[in-house]
Design a protein. Structure first.
Length: 169
């Protein structure tokens, strides 16, 4: 299959998964903007997107896209370094037209990964996970604030470290 066997195919997979992740982040940002205008509206969105079958399928699909994107990124990097061998590029000067971000994708990817981990800890593990555990029969799952996204936004943004990290990100 050419998506696996050729470097062009692997780059196509990277671009498609990357585009899907960007579309998700755009959709997620649009949902979060509702919190600025209406706490009740935001909580309605949180309740709608709780541990429902469509939200769970979307979560699994998103995780799969993310994992595929990371695997292919490392695969292409290793392939490029192997093809280059011990010989590095003869030209070491960086052209002015090359952006810093395109030369530091690993660093930016690690920053994004850290942001995703913090987001999962602060929001997903407090909202969707308890609902899911409750539906699976775990009586100890506390769903008191599971659909109260505003509660978790206030709690998270009361910590200056998170505010600085989010502004930096």
């Amino acid at each position: 299959m050419w998506l696996i066997n050729s470097s062009v195919g692997r780059k196509v997979v990277m671009s498609v998964t990357g585009t899907a992740l960007i579309l998700f982040v755009t959709f997620h940002m649009a949902m979060n903007l509702v919190a600025i205008f209406s706490a009740d509206g935001y909580n309605e969105i949180c309740e709608f997107l709780g541990a429902n079958w469509y939200a769970l399928i979307a979560t699994v699909g998103l995780a799969a896209l993310f994992i595929i994107h990371i695997i292919y990124a490392f695969w292409l990097t290793i392939q490029n370094r192997t093809a280059r061998g011990k010989e590095h590029y003869a030209v070491t000067e960086k052209p002015e037209t090359v952006e810093w971000a395109s030369q530091n994708m690993l660093v930016l990817g690690l920053i994004i990964l850290l942001g995703i981990c913090l987001h999962l800890i602060n929001f997903w593990s407090n909202m969707q996970l308890p609902e899911l555990m409750s539906k699976m029969g775990y009586a100890t799952a506390d769903t008191t604030f599971a659909a109260d996204g505003i509660h978790y936004i206030r709690a998270t943004f009361s910590n200056v470290v998170y505010v600085i990290f989010i502004l930096f990100g």
